[in-house]
Design a protein around this ligand. Structure first.
Ligand SMILES: Cc1cc2nc3c(=O)[nH]c(=O)nc-3n(C[C@H](O)[C@H](O)[C@H](O)COP(=O)(O)O)c2cc1C
Length: 163
């Protein structure tokens, strides 16, 4: 995955190197600007078994700030924000691989370095008893939950960094 480019990102921003589960790494540029979840919209994406994006609705594309071409066939971690603890995604994958539904609050990173919070429901798509992919539908999260998760995730991240 390509590094984020300073020309795409509004000032001021800070730089961070992220390493992903598949061992690839990427430089991300993060600004402290939140983009509010669009009123009355659902943000939807589908992935294959490895979390590669196979479909994204219009709201998904708009909120990510990437073009549809950049998003389709990209790994879903293209949106991973460095403030998200690994444990949240481990819980997501452990749950959906067991054919169960996962709910959770996620802070996502946009192409322009800004972030947005979602309340996500991720479900496995099952055909003839086998998982063929996954779908995530995201709604506007309550501000109370966003505040709680901001604190909780910061604590979890600190513990992960001390391990
Ligand atoms: C259907 C589906 C939707 C996902 N949506 C997101 C998302 O919006 N943001 C995100 O950071 N990770 C999302 N993930 C999790 C990523 O695949 C990935 O596990 C995560 O970004 C952490 O990266 P890492 O596992 O490579 O460390 C989603 C996974 C699935 C299967």
């Amino acid at each position: 995955m390509q590094d984020m480019r300073s020309t795409d990102v509004l000032n001021p921003y800070k730089e961070q190197q992220i390493s992903y589960y598949d061992k690839s790494t990427r430089k991300v540029l993060i600004s402290d600007r939140e983009v509010p979840f669009p009123e009355g919209k659902l943000i939807v994406s589908r992935t294959d078994l490895e979390g590669i994006i196979t479909h994204a609705n219009q709201s998904f594309v708009e909120m990510s700030a990437y073009s549809e071409q950049e998003i389709i066939h990209a790994p879903h971690y293209i949106l991973r924000h460095p403030d998200m603890p690994r444990a949240a995604f481990k819980d997501l994958w452990d749950t959906i691989r067991c054919k169960k539904k996962w709910h959770g609050y996620v802070k996502n990173l946009r192409k322009d370095g800004a972030y947005y919070w979602v309340y996500a429901t991720v479900i496995p798509n099952i055909r003839a008893g086998k998982i063929v992919g996954y779908t995530s539908v995201r709604r506007k999260p309550s501000r109370l939950k966003v505040r709680e998760c901001t604190q909780l995730y910061a604590q979890m991240l600190k513990e992960e960094q001390n391990q």
